[in-house]
Ligand binder design. Structure first.
Ligand SMILES: N[C@@H](CCC(=O)N[C@@H](CS)C(=O)NCC(=O)O)C(=O)O
Length: 208
C-alpha cells in the first residue's frame, strides 16, 4: 500500500514550503494540515517537540523541516543519484540556510510588527543577501551538465529549496535577481516543472 502523508504546519510557507514543493514534484498526494494560530496552544503538546512542522507517514511522526524534505526527496529519487550528488544537494541546502538568516530577521520583524520592518527588508534584499546570490550563481554554473539544475542532470530538492528561497527574495525586491541571470532562468525552469506548476496554481496565498 502507498504510504499516507499528512503534513502539519501553520498556514504559512516559511518552514513548510520546501516540503510541500518536494511532495508536489514527487507527485505524492498529501494532506496539507494548516494549523490556525488560535488552535496552536491546544495542539502544541500533541506534537513531537512542541513545534511545527512535522510529517506523519502512515501515522508515524517525523519532525525538523530540513530532515523531512530530505526524507521525502530520498523516498522519491529527488535527492541525487549517488552519494556525491546527495552531498552536493546537502551543501546547497546548507548554503541556503546561511543565506536565509537575513530573511528570518525579516519574518521576525513581520510577526513582532517591528516599525523598522522596511529597513530590515532593504538591508536583507540589497545588502546581506547579495553575496549569497553571487555564490549561488557560481554553484549553479559549476554544474556543466547543460541541463540547468544545481546538481546532476535532473531536478533535486536542492533546486526546489533554491527556487523557493529566491521567490521569497523577489517578493520583497522584484529586481533582486537582475545581476544573476542564471538564477533567474533557473527559477523559471523550476516553476515550469509539472508538480511545481500545479502546486503554485493551487496553494493558498499567505503573507509569508
Ligand atoms: N528546527 C525546527 C524549527 C521549528 C520551528 O521553529 N517552528 C516554529 C514555526 S516556524 C514553531 O513551531 N513555533 C511555534 C512554537 O514554538 O510554539 C525545524 O526546522 O523544523
Amino acid at each position: 500500500m502507498a504510504p499516507v502523508y499528512k503534513l502539519h504546519y501553520f498556514n504559512l510557507r516559511t518552514r513548510g514550503e520546501v516540503i510541500r514543493w518536494t511532495l508536489s514534484l514527487a507527485g505524492q498526494e498529501f494532506e496539507d494540515h494548516r494549523v490556525e494560530f488560535p488552535d496552536w496552544p491546544a495542539l502544541k503538546p500533541t506534537t513531537p517537540t512542541g513545534q511545527l512542522p512535522y510529517l506523519e507517514v502512515d501515522g508515524k511522526a517525523l519532525d525538523q523541516s530540513v530532515t523531512i524534505a530530505r526524507f521525502v526527496a530520498r523516498e522519491h529519487g529527488l535527492a541525487g543519484k549517488n552519494n556525491w550528488e546527495s552531498a552536493q544537494v546537502d551543501s546547497l541546502v546548507d548554503y541556503l540556510r546561511d543565506a536565509a538568516k537575513g530573511f528570518e530577521a525579516y519574518t521576525t520583524a513581520f510577526f513582532t510588527r517591528d516599525p523598522k520592518i522596511e529597513e530590515v527588508k532593504t538591508e536583507f534584499t540589497t545588502k546581506s543577501v547579495v553575496p549569497f546570490l553571487e555564490g549561488l550563481e557560481r554553484k549553479l554554473q559549476s554544474n556543466d551538465s547543460g541541463k540547468g539544475y544545481f546538481v546532476g542532470t535532473t531536478p533535486t530538492w536542492g533546486d526546489l529549496a533554491a527556487a523557493h528561497f529566491l521567490d521569497e527574495v523577489v517578493r520583497l525586491n522584484p529586481d533582486a535577481l537582475a545581476k544573476t541571470p542564471l538564477l533567474k532562468a533557473h527559477n523559471q525552469r523550476v516553476h515550469e516543472l509539472k508538480g511545481i506548476k500545479e502546486w503554485l496554481a493551487k496553494r493558498p496565498e499567505t503573507p509569508l
